[in-house]
Ligand binder design. Structure first.
Ligand code: NAP
Ligand code: MG
Length: 462
């Protein structure tokens, strides 16, 4: 797709206030593939005004009509799914098959789910002598990262629109092209002018202006805990609602009764997918000491198979960050059993699929989010030890438990301080609430819980 040199505001592509641009780079070959405008506070202000002007009309649009627009949006995404996949592959670097199935496929499922939820939610409840109306919160400022660039946009915009909110989106500077494609899709789907607005730009400039803007009622952010903390502070000072989807360091707990080979192989695949750039990735594998050596061998062999298939990480900066963590793992005494700091190719921001054994819970690579294809394997003594290790980080976004008996896995999962747990490889469900315990975030996305985030209640007593 050809990049737009303007912002999508109030139903049209309009020139940016300033002249600064962002170069979009293909991380697989380091070539510049497009340029988009770097928005300023002035662009954000124009977009927020458009969203405020459009709010009363969209909020008063019957939910069935909002549902119809969301269904039309889903249909446009379906019609343009190949273009979406190619765009994400070009700017993020993920293999085309993964882009087709996940980067294009999941947003189609999620937008479809909100077309249905908008049509079926009554937006009204009874409680004793009260009628409770569920009303849109207002103007939403959405700030999204680059790792699942379209999914993270749709996971905010679709429920916001279903609820009757209007939106200003500031997508990640590394992946603005699929955001522009999304704005085209919104336009084609016939959403009224001003209901959705796009300001491309840099986080500390456009992102911060959006988070601080008094015309924004809810800031919904996905990204690093460091920036999420800042946004939470700004929103708190303004008594503004905030939703934060932050990092993770999720545990893949393999209980002794599990099918070890399956649990290890699926666990390695989970970490290597999207080059390890997944906030919910199971980056810590927990194995009983009697099975530890066998698990390490299986994981090293599984990781070696990804050498040819894995895509690059998103940028030179991200590559340097991931390699820094690998160096730190070695320096702190973990044992490298696959991969390492040697880049597998001369060109492109590639990192070898890497596995560390003999990782102990206090090591940096067992505590911090690396966001690259790096797995840490930890040893536990018994179930209580496994639980302590699993719960022993500041994060709590996702996780997995494997056991011979499902009830045994469920009992363990119920004791984990985390927002999602996949039991014996249970698959991703776009209707299940997604979000974190502890420092992994505030609020939930997806499904009916995700819709609730964009609603506020008004009670009338009779
Ligand atoms: P990030 O800085 O948190 O970026 C997320 C979004 O916030 C981007 O749109 C970014 O804009 C914007 N942003 C940055 N600074 C801002 C500010 N002061 N005010 C408002 N918005 C701001 O994340 P990153 O730098 O891309 O990645 C760094 C690390 O964060 C990764 O290595 C990973 O550990 C973690 N991460 C987590 C997730 C997740 O899904 N939980 C996603 C991405 C990254 P720019 O694109 O212009 O920076
Ligand atoms: Mg950043």
């Amino acid at each position: 797709m050809k990049a737009h040199d303007g912002m999508y505001i109030d139903g049209a592509w309009r020139p940016a206030a300033g002249r600064d641009v962002i170069e979009v780079v293909n991380p697989a070959d380091e070539q510049v593939i497009g340029r988009v405008p770097a928005g300023t506070a002035a662009d954000v202000d124009t977009a927020v005004r458009a969203a405020r002007t459009a709010l009363p009309g969209w909020a008063a649009t019957p939910p069935a009509d909002r549902a119809a627009r969301l269904a039309a949006l889903r249909d446009v995404l379906v019609a343009r799914k190949d273009e979406i996949a190619e765009t994400v592959t070009a700017e993020l670097g993920s293999p085309l098959k993964f882009s087709e199935g996940v980067h294009a496929g999941v947003p189609i499922a999620v937008s479809g789910s909100y077309a249905e939820l908008a049509a079926t939610c009554s937006f009204e409840e009874k409680a004793g002598n009260s009628t409770v109306y569920l009303e849109p919160i207002g103007v939403v400022g959405a700030i999204t990262p680059w790792n699942y660039p379209l999914h993270q946009i749709v996971a905010k915009v679709a429920p916001a629109l279903a609820a009757g909110c209007t939106v200003v989106l500031k997508p990640a500077e590394d992946t603005p092209l699929v955001a522009q494609l999304f704005a085209e899709a919104v336009h084609e789907a016939g959403l009224p002018a001003g209901v959705f607005n796009l300001v491309t730009g840099r986080g500390p400039v456009a992102g911060q202006a959006l988070a601080e803007h008094p015309g924004v009622d809810l800031v919904s952010f996905t990204g690093s805990t460091a920036v999420g903390r800042q946004i939470g502070a700004v929103a708190g000072a303004a008594v503004k609602k905030v939703a934060l989807e932050l990092g993770g360091k999720s545990a893949n707990v393999i209980l002794p009764s599990a099918d070890l080979a399956k649990a290890v192989n699926v666990g390695v695949a989970n970490v290597m997918s999207n080059s390890g750039q997944t906030c919910s990735a199971w980056t810590r594998m927990l194995v009983h000491r009697d099975q530890y050596d066998e698990a390490v061998e299986l994981a090293a062999a599984a990781a070696a198979k990804y050498g040819e298939r894995i895509g690059p990480v998103v940028s030179a900066k991200q590559q340097a960050r991931v390699l820094g963590y690998i160096e730190k793992g070695v320096a702190e005494g973990a044992r490298l059993v696959a991969g390492g700091t040697e880049p597998p190719r001369e060109r492109g921001y590639f990192v070898s699929p890497t596995v560390f054994a003999d990782v102990t819970p206090e090591m940096t690579i067992a505590q911090e989010e690396i966001f690259g294809p790096v797995l840490s394997i930890l040893k536990y003594e018994d179930e209580e030890d496994a639980l302590r290790i699993a719960n022993g980080t500041v994060y709590g976004l996702a996780g997995a438990v494997w056991a011979g008996d499902e009830a045994e896995a469920v009992a363990f999962a119920r004791r984990m301080d985390t927002g999602q747990v996949d039991i014996n490889g249970g698959r991703f469900n776009p209707l299940a609430p997604f979000g974190g315990y502890k420092q992994s975030g505030v609020g939930r996305e997806l499904g009916s819980h995700g819709l609730t985030e964009y609603l506020q209640t008004k009670s009338l007593q009779f």
